[in-house]
Design a protein around this ligand. Sequence first.
Ligand SMILES: *Cc1c(COP(=O)(O)O)cnc(C)c1O
Length: 479
Amino acid sequence: MDRKLLIERSSEGKQSVVLPDCDVPEKAVRDLIPGKFLRREKCALPEVSEPEIVRHYVNLSTLNHHVDKDFYPLGSCTMKYNPKINEAFAASPYITGLHPFGDEDHAQAALKIYYEVEQSLCEITGMDAYTLQPAAGSHGELTGVMIMRQYHRMKNNHKATILIPDSAHGTNPASVHLGGYKAVTVASTNEGLVDIDDLKAKLSGDVAGFMLTNPNTLGIFEKNVLQIAELVHAVDGLMYMDGANMNALLGLVKTGDMQFDITHLNLHKTFSTPHGGGGPGAGPIGVKEKLIPYLPVPRVLKKAERYVMSWDHPESIGKVMAFWGNYSVIVKTWVYIRMLGEEGLRDVAKHAIINANYLRASLEGDYELPYRSTPMHECVFSGDRQKCHGVRTLDIAKRMLDYGVHAPTVYFPLIVHEALMIEPTETEHKASLDHFIDIMRSIRRECENDPETVRSAPHTTPVKRLDEVKANRELNVRW
Ligand SMILES: *Cc1c(COP(=O)(O)O)cnc(C)c1O
């Protein structure tokens, strides 16, 4: 189509786009698009009033569960309430209007935000430098594995395996594999901690590192972490911290002090960005001094009073993300950290821990508790006790939807039968925890007295029980 039809130049030479007269594009379009693709009849756009359209979208927005609607105890995912002020800042035109190819001089404020977030994360975790590029926790893991490989390669020391505990999040072995290593599993003890004897048996000169989550996915703090680090360092392995559970440690424990060499953080979890459903995330990687040369480029550095993008790091693993990472998530982190301050961040962890322990203590009479150690920010029950009524954890989770709360994480960690992994987060108050406890007790009674109602749940949601096998076998994502 002739572009002149669409662009008009004013007498001052300003360009503006004008909607062309309807007849003109129709003809032009007919020349461009083969006839068989053109619609035959006029498009019947609905005529609706403003209140109708508002109601339509408000109703749609509430069909799915979300944390603005009710409790969302999805274990390991930290579905905390995200303060709206984060969104207001991130949506500011000063943030959204920045062009990714813009000049460094025009992006000084943005670079300052990057720099300050990096500094704060160093302070929070005891690492020496960060990259904010990775777009998710799993992407951070892969970046960390690449840094491990580079560290060993620079020493001409080629290693083939990375150890992970059997309680690890599924992304851990995936990242290890994607990074070109073999994942070797270390067993857990019946306390839910790394089995030191098994670790010793699996350690050798071939081990590039150990990827550990602390507190682990059972919500339990690895109290032997210093001993583990010593053993791993003794074979020149690197300690990698999966810091997705940092909500339990903020202001209380630094991962650097636990002798981790690399730490990833899930900004979208701990530092409060709405996530799930494919929304943007950020999984920055922090490293100790000796690994700084291998961090992705560009690094944001401060030279005198100016912030610069620094590319001259010849041993770097390179870039791991288009442009400069998910800037809006980084802005939200900056706001969140500044708003809470050191005391506030420490309170986050303390309340997250108290809330999880309150749920655990309240529900241990109703549901099986496979690991007795005191948990940190989440607790893992098992639906094993309910099995004798012919009810499985999946049914219990589905039944929760009828009561208006999100289901917990189920069947993970893999080492727990019929796992129900509950993470209340610090943003729930006591009344909401008590309400959840009542729901869990009601469902427990239903399992005993009316198991069919639980087995056929959910009954009140817009979509009822799905045939998951059929959905997997006959995948159809269109309508
Ligand atoms: C969420 C999570 C991850 C993965 O993070 P993504 O951002 O979803 O890729 C890794 N490890 C643990 C323990 C997690 O909870």
